[in-house]
Design a protein around this ligand. Structure first.
Ligand SMILES: [Zn+2]
Length: 150
């Protein structure tokens, strides 16, 4: 399962009751994106609405015909996670920030596995690039890896 399958909506019950519609807890499931994307957000309290709108603006803003099912929202969210990590945040702090920013949460253990997987991928890329004599690519992979490890 991708890390984006393990991102959840905080206060999920409260939101569902305000919107008078049920939707899954998982933020990136199709039904949740439909509600957050096309739902009647007027029914939400101000603080929640602001965060849902921020989420829409930051992750659902592409112009693909198949939006929000085009894969961009997930990719943008992964870039957001990697960015938090590159700022030096540990998984616990990353969860705190995503809750503050977008009313989302994840389990720190899932973020640890995700980052660990990223480090392994970058290690493989770095080694392969070195073998192939692609110095620039090896250096970039190494830099990204160190960002994740810090
Ligand atoms: Zn798209």
């Amino acid at each position: 399962m991708a890390i984006t399958d393990k991102i959840y909506v905080k206060n999920h019950r409260q939101l569902a009751s305000q919107l008078e519609v049920s939707f899954p807890k998982s933020a990136f499931s199709g039904a949740t994106l439909d509600i957050l994307f096309q739902g009647d957000l007027e029914k939400l309290d101000d603080a929640s609405r602001e965060r849902v709108l921020d989420f829409n603006q930051d992750f659902l803003d592409c112009t693909c015909d198949s939006n929000p099912y085009c894969g961009h929202p997930e990719r943008k969210f992964i870039a957001y996670l990697l960015d938090l990590r590159a700022q030096g945040l540990d998984p616990e702090s990353m969860v705190a920030v995503m809750t503050e920013d977008y009313m989302l949460y994840a389990y720190p253990g899932d973020l640890y596995s995700f980052l660990d997987g990223g480090v392994r991928t970058l290690e493989a890329v770095e080694e392969l690039a070195e073998v192939e004599g692609e110095k620039g690519a090896a250096r970039r992979a190494g830099e990204r890896k160190r960002e994740l490890l810090q």
